[in-house]
Design a protein around this ligand. Structure first.
Ligand code: BGC
Length: 759
């Protein structure tokens, strides 16, 4: 049914319209019964339903209905499997229809700037491209059931400390390239029905009243068509919010802010057309749900639990393996660590799910009749060394062929609302792992965490399996992976540095409470570690398999292209081992033109291929000009200089297998405004100004010759005196040129003449 939303809005009173712009209560929008606008409900999100039928809160404190907890974004991103995530989204969408939820509050697409952000487990990656692809996949899946999503927290919300007021201060370039690109990709590819603005300020302006963000970028540039809601309680000035493009305030403000909207319209300080725009945006989405209900939808908790297991198995990353994995049923195996019976599988806060059921690895092993002993070794939720348990773990490990230690971060460490203090694992766990590894060379560590940890024992154990926060199916998934029923195929969506101090944000995280400076600019995650040539524990994109893959025949559909073109990159990948497995083919682009301040390389494509033993498949990825570009602040646009780029294809950021050069030509011209600080070098580099400057230089060389003996000194050092001279003069600004020219050059005249050339 096509509704005439504009007509409906025209029938509403100002008070009804203002009322539509905030919630009725914690989770519902306001109905307008006389006009047939029903009440609709929204709910967290993002990896399961936290539908609160009873007392409501936004911190995951009060009870919600029994639901299915899928892997959190830290895990799903590690699958690099957009199809899997889209399917997971479809399941969530159906669950929402069955539970009458109009919008699921997610996915969360903020960048993992620091390993310490308490909410990293809900975020996908340190890389914007991977973030954008995964967010788009989840949105497409959920919305395929005519349920809305709310991609959050828009934007630059990368820490929990003072998240409600702190200003994230960053360059426009870092804003666009790192912190917005994921949102941009998902908006353009999947058109989420709603976006949730974050609590924080961006360069001094609250996201909830940031017109640059909510209107100019989101709607005008990206073409967003849905409505923007606040994070819970993120309104600062409601009227400014409406003007900036914020549509819905959540939760209810009990009429207080609605009255401000009405008053502002009445006193002429707020254009009523802007209120109409907000209401139209809200109603369009509301009716896209109401008019497309699916009575056939069911929330089958058992079936969805089984799907949650399958998803978790796709997400795990095999970080190390000397061949001890997969486990064989013949061996005497002991499980150590309370996570074996009580896995950690979700984070704290608003995404916390009241699970329909949870599987543990120990229970799964027992069910399958595997001969596994168990020693608690340490508790899951406390950092307390129990000497008796330690001794028992060491003894059991000695007596076994293989020890599998189930370790991780306790619930209290990773949550919404506060950040981690360090990147350490609990000391008691580190100790148990170290002592067990001393007596048992076949020690395997299974990790349950939402963000990188320091792993001081990594070189002393035989294998490490990173399960992340794998949702309620994590135990059974882990069993399948350990015993080789499923071949691990996850890849890291973030770098594991050796130490927290290595992280690029370290000196500026989390700021002084009022402001946080994003001083590392675009050098986030691997962009920084690679630029610094800094060794890391595990690189971005890393992940092992029980099989091996070879790469051949990298080819480009063209050797060169321009602003309107694209290039297809193809590569043949073969499973060279004896068992089926999945390879994530990763494509990175490297600017070879000496452009200042560019990362060594950046992820611009990936494909996950399932390969039978001996099978070869071709991965195809497309490169467009944007993939070569950086955000040029002077131009106010994306820009890739004409020149050479390298296309790198491989298994991980630190395991590039094949590379090829590509030439790009752009017609875009960078703005050039000459002023007294413009240097001779800049002027000589531009064909339009070079002749004018050449002329001036003649005059200068009469006054500014090379000093006596300088030429000889240069020669003696093996340097080219002409080059030295050019380098020295190249850095001279116009204002100095004028004085060296001994009054023969008029500064204003020269600047005017040069600006005329570059117009
Ligand atoms: C969180 C959001 C969440 C909302 C509603 C806020 O505290 O930041 O992610 O959707 O609460 O629970």
């Amino acid at each position: 049914m096509e509704r005439d939303i504009k007509k409906l809005v025209a029938e509403m009173t100002l008070e009804e319209k203002a009322g539509m712009c905030s919630g009725a209560d914690f989770w519902n929008l306001k109905p307008v019964e006389r006009l047939g606008i029903p009440q609709v409900m929204v709910s967290d999100g993002p990896h399961g339903l936290r539908k609160q039928d009873g007392e409501a809160d936004h911190l995951g404190l009060n009870a919600s209905i029994k639901a299915v907890c899928f892997p959190a974004a830290c895990a799903t991103a590690s699958s690099w499997d957009t199809e899997m995530l889209e399917n997971m989204g479809k399941t969530l969408g159906e669950e929402c229809q069955a539970e009458n939820l109009s919008v699921l509050l997610g996915p969360a697409a903020n960048i993992k700037r620091s390993p310490l952000c308490g909410r990293n487990f809900e975020y996908f990656s340190e890389d914007p491209y991977l973030t954008g692809k995964m967010a788009a996949a989840e949105i497409k899946g959920i919305q395929s059931w005519d349920v809305g999503t709310s991609m959050k927290h828009f934007a630059v919300n990368n820490q929990e400390y003072n998240r409600m007021s702190c200003s994230s201060n960053l360059s426009e370039r870092a804003f666009r390239e790192i912190y917005l690109t994921g949102f941009e990709m998902a908006v353009k590819e999947a058109q989420p029905k709603t976006l949730m603005c974050s609590y924080n300020k961006i360069n001094g302006t609250y996201a909830s009243e940031n017109k640059h963000l909510l209107n100019d970028i989101l709607r005008d540039e990206w073409g967003f068509e849905g409505y923007v809601m606040t994070d819970w309680g993120a309104v600062a000035n409601r009227v400014k919010g409406i003007q900036a493009g914020l549509d819905l305030e959540m939760p209810a403000s009990n009429g207080v802010n609605d009255a401000k909207i009405v008053a502002a319209v009445k006193d002429g300080s707020l254009d009523e057309a802007l209120v109409d725009r907000a209401v139209e945006n809200i109603l369009k989405v509301l009716f896209s749900y109401v008019d497309n209900r699916h009575p056939e939808a069911v929330f089958d908790r058992d079936a969805d639990h089984a799907k949650a297991i399958d998803c978790a198995a796709e997400c795990a990353v095999l970080l190390e393996n000397n061949g001890v994995l997969p486990l064989s049923g013949e061996k005497k195996i002991v499980y150590i660590g309370e996570y074996a019976e009580k896995p950690r599988f979700q984070g704290g806060g608003s995404s916390h799910i009241n699970c329909s059921s949870v599987t543990s690895a120990l229970e799964s092993a027992k069910k399958k009749g595997r001969a596994v002993d168990y020693v608690k070794g340490f508790l899951a939720d406390k950092d307390e060394l129990d000497e008796k348990e330690l001794a028992a773990a060491v003894e059991a490990a000695k007596a076994a062929d293989i020890a599998v230690i189930f370790a991780g971060l306790p619930d209290v460490i990773e949550s919404e609302g506060y950040d981690r203090k360090n990147m350490d694992m609990p000391g008691c766990q580190n100790r148990v792992i170290a002592e067990v590894a001393k007596v048992q060379p076949n020690t395997v560590v299974v990790l349950h965490n939402g963000s990188p940890v320091e792993a001081p024992w990594a070189d002393d154990v035989a294998a490490i399996l990173e399960m992340y926060l794998g949702g309620q199916g994590v135990g059974e998934a882990c069993d399948r992976l350990l015993y080789g029923e499923v071949n691990p195929s996850g890849r890291l969506a973030e770098t594991f540095p050796y130490h927290v101090e290595d992280n690029p944000s370290y000196l500026n995280f989390p700021g002084d409470g009022r402001d946080v400076s994003y001083g590392e600019d675009v050098f986030v995650g691997y962009r920084y570690y690679e630029k610094k040539a800094m060794p890391v524990r595990w690189a971005f994109g890393h992940g092992l398999s029980y099989t091996t893959f070879t790469y051949d025949n990298l080819r480009l559909s063209a050797d060169s292209f321009n602003d309107d073109g694209t290039v297809t990159v193809s590569v043949d990948v073969t499973n060279s081992g004896n068992i089926a497995g999945k390879e994530v083919v990763q494509l990175y682009v490297a600017d070879q033109n000496g452009t200042p301040q560019r990362p060594v390389k950046e992820l611009k494509g990936f494909v996950k291929l399932a390969l039978a033993p001996g099978e070869t498949k071709t991965a195809e990825m497309t490169i467009c000009p944007r993939a070569l570009s950086f955000y040029h602040e002077g131009l106010g646009d994306w820009y890739a200089p004409s020149g050479t780029y390298e296309i790198l294809v491989g298994h991980a950021s630190d395991d590039i297998r094949l590379r090829k050069e590509l030439t790009f030509t752009t017609a875009k011209k960078l703005p050039f405004v000459v002023d007294s600080a413009t240097t001779i070098g800049e002027l000589m580099a531009d064909a339009r100004t070079a002749p004018v400057v050449g002329e001036m230089m003649k005059k200068v060389s009469e006054t500014f010759g090379m000093a006596d003996g300088q030429e000889d000194a240069g020669n003696a050092l093996g340097a080219d005196p002409k080059e030295m001279m050019e380098a020295m003069i190249g850095g001279m600004p116009i204002k100095s040129l004028v004085s060296f020219a001994g009054g023969q050059v008029d500064e204003d005249e020269l600047i005017a003449k040069l600006n005329a050339c570059v117009k």
